[in-house]
Design a protein around this ligand. Structure first.
Ligand SMILES: *Cc1c(COP(=O)(O)O)cnc(C)c1O
Length: 386
């Protein structure tokens, strides 16, 4: 048998194209702010996770430069060997202070934080219950753990309760995992109800605050603060790469949780420590999040304005700066995004398999100016009439 073992790649790509699922990268030049140069053309940026506009902030840039000059570009090893710096500890203390938890641990990305934490906390004798719309990193962390995984329907507390009733007693540990702000929908998990169920069924609860940190709650601590659940025992994951404008992930929780993860989370133990530049930039961002609440206030004024002005369109329910317009098919989503781009607006089409139904995803920034928002509203109204 003489055949090419790689020939299936071409065939697979052809099917991806045929389904309108094909993706490719787009080049952005210069700074990514409320406007960007997208493939050479200036457009208004509704595609960024930089909610507070910190990724281009001069103070973060200077902090990154200073840390690079002091410590060099790389941290040169894993944290347990040669990769630990005082800067990492300062960042972990700042995260714990923001979240009001006993301690925190910084990972090289939010994705790795989820993989490492979930697979350290549960194993083959255990049960994971996860929201069906959870982020890829939560789903893959669950798979990696080897635990039994049962999905419950999106934000559906009765469904979760009935699955816990039916299955919980057959397993050793139980872990409920959920996004707090759902990344491709913009709605929030029902955190107080999840905490009650976790207590009732003796389960740990892990919430992914990736899109909530810096954005939700009075001090920007996230949905845990927004729902008045600060101080309750749970496991909070997050990223330094969205509202905090840097790169990296974290876990925040009890001192024993963090101590355990330092000994058992493979994606923390066997990977190189976060670079000095990323660490210093994130530390500065947390400081700004605290001292400049007006950024968060501006963000929410922008969100509320758009929610009101776009309310005539087919929007998904959202309580966050992520606003999604439902679209009929992957092809419509693609053509709408292309139309918007022609009009000078950058808002990506999100399609299966990332989400079950196609949509246009708009993410709002504190640094969007009134004319940016007005243009989006005007263009969306024209497009929706077609
Ligand atoms: C973006 C995101 C992550 C991954 O964070 P990175 O730091 O970019 O790896 C994890 N979970 C959710 C819900 C996210 O939106």
């Amino acid at each position: 048998m003489s055949s090419n073992p790689y020939i299936w790649l071409e065939k697979s790509l052809t099917s991806i194209h045929r389904a309108n699922w094909y993706r490719s990268v787009k080049t952005i030049d210069g700074f990514s702010g409320s406007t960007v140069l997208l493939e050479g053309k200036e457009v208004i940026n509704f595609a960024s996770n930089d909610y507070l506009g910190l990724a281009g902030d001069e103070r973060l840039i200077q902090a990154a430069i200073a840390a690079t000059k002091e410590y060099g570009t790389g941290s040169t090893g894993s944290r347990l060997l040669s990769g630990h710096r005082e800067l990492h500890r300062q960042l972990e203390k700042a995260i714990a202070e923001l979240k009001q938890t006993e301690d925190a641990l910084v990972f090289s990305s939010g994705y790795l934080a989820n993989l490492g934490t979930i697979s350290a906390l549960v194993g083959q004798k255990d049960l994971i219950l996860g929201d069906q719309y959870n982020h890829s990193s939560l789903k893959n962390g669950a798979k990696l753990s080897g635990a039994t995984i049962i999905d419950y329907s999106h934000n559906n507390i009765p469904d979760l309760a009935s699955k816990l009733h039916q299955h919980r007693s057959q397993y050793r540990r139980g872990l409920i995992i959920t996004d707090s702000v759902f990344s491709m929908d913009g709605d929030l998990c029902p955190l107080p109800e999840l905490l009650s169920l976790a207590e009732e069924f003796n389960c740990m609860l892990l919430v992914d605050e990736a899109h909530a940190t810096g954005v939700m709650g009075k001090t920007g601590a996230g949905c845990v603060e927004y729902f008045g659940c600060t101080g309750r025992e749970l496991i909070q994951i997050g990223t330094l790469s969205k509202a905090l404008g840097s790169l990296g992930g974290y876990v925040a929780g009890s001192a024993s949780l963090i101590d355990f993860l330092r000994n058992r989370a493979a994606t923390w133990i066997y990977t190189t420590g976060l670079s000095p530049a990323d660490t210093a930039a994130a530390l500065k961002a947390i400081e700004i999040t605290k001292t400049e609440p007006q950024r968060r206030e501006k963000l929410w004024r922008n969100v509320n304005y758009l929610q009101q002005e776009l309310s005539g369109l087919n929007l998904l329910p959202s309580q966050s700066p992520i606003i999604c317009i439902n679209l009929f098919s992957p092809a419509t989503a693609l053509s709408t995004a292309k139309q918007l781009e022609k009009e000078g607006i950058f808002a990506p089409a999100i399609r299966p398999p990332t989400v079950p139904t196609s949509r246009l995803r708009i993410s709002v920034m504190a640094t969007h100016q009134p004319e940016h928002l007005q243009k989006l509203v005007a263009v969306s109204r024209v497009l929706s009439r077609k």
